[in-house]
Design a protein around this ligand. Sequence first.
Ligand code: BDR
Ligand code: CA
Length: 330
Amino acid sequence: MARRPVIIDTDCGIDDAQAIMMALAAPDIRVLGVTCVFGNTSVENVCQNVLRVLDVCERQEIPVFRGSGGPLVGARVATTDHFGTDGLGDVFKDRDPLWEQKVQKEHAVSALIRLATENQQQARPPCVSLVALGPLTNLALAVRLDPGFPQKLKDLFIMGGNMEGKGNVTLCAEFNFVMDAESAYVVLEDFLCRTYLATWEFACRNALTWDFFNELVSQNAPAAVFMRTVTSRCRAYSQEASRSQRDVHFGPGFVSYDAYAMAACIDGGVVTGSIECPVRVELQGAMTRGMVALDRSGELKKSHSVVVLTGCDAEKLRRLLVDAVRQPRR
Ligand code: BDR
Ligand code: CA
């Protein structure tokens, strides 16, 4: 069976690592490359985190590209909370002195365009899926450099934004979108390929249990040990946060945000419900900057819609997460 080509754009924190491992473990997925963007940490740390994940999974042949170090407008806001300052829980003391040599010379934005173009020349209709797990800066730059870029993709899966006006960073906005609201706006306006949005509320409403998580990371496979290690310092914080802040709306639970977008890409059967409608990212509001507005009455007169995920098959998601930490050797 021919494997489906996928590009992953990531700000590699802990949940990104989990999502990347999911893709690496999926038998019918071929990861063409991983493009890095700032977000959970600096883009330099993101590159190193991705290289680390590929090492653990023995997939060093997959090219890693450095991308945008900050948003289109304004300076990068440094974040230090749940994933630590380095994005992987601040548990590793060692640094690979050769990491820069292991990152491709080509910029992430040009790699996105090249990989999609090459694959489109070989296959019609286009067959490359793009999974975006961080701020959308690389994607926005790609569509500005090559307006035909979205048409070279089969589809786009985004973790980010919201569908009920609830935010995790500001009152109304989700992290990936608020970190670069202009890019989120550009992508949701200009990407005319089929686009799936796994929002913050969608992930929270489909939380798994902490018992499941504890079992997941108690295995001895290298990927499980890695997940256990990177969550060792922040697990208590995450569990407490899920009890206090998040459960105002959703109740406590284990939520691997980026895994939801990746799972939808790997197995469409994970999605059990969705709303298809035009959307727009708010850029102006003092309280709502970065928020996604769902246009269910056609007010915006937009010609294209986005698939906003609402329902998730928890059993299928759990199975993908389990497969991810078992990582078959290739
Ligand atoms: C998103 O923000 C990041 O911290 C996570 O990696 C995820 O992509 C959740 O809001
Ligand atoms: Ca992420």
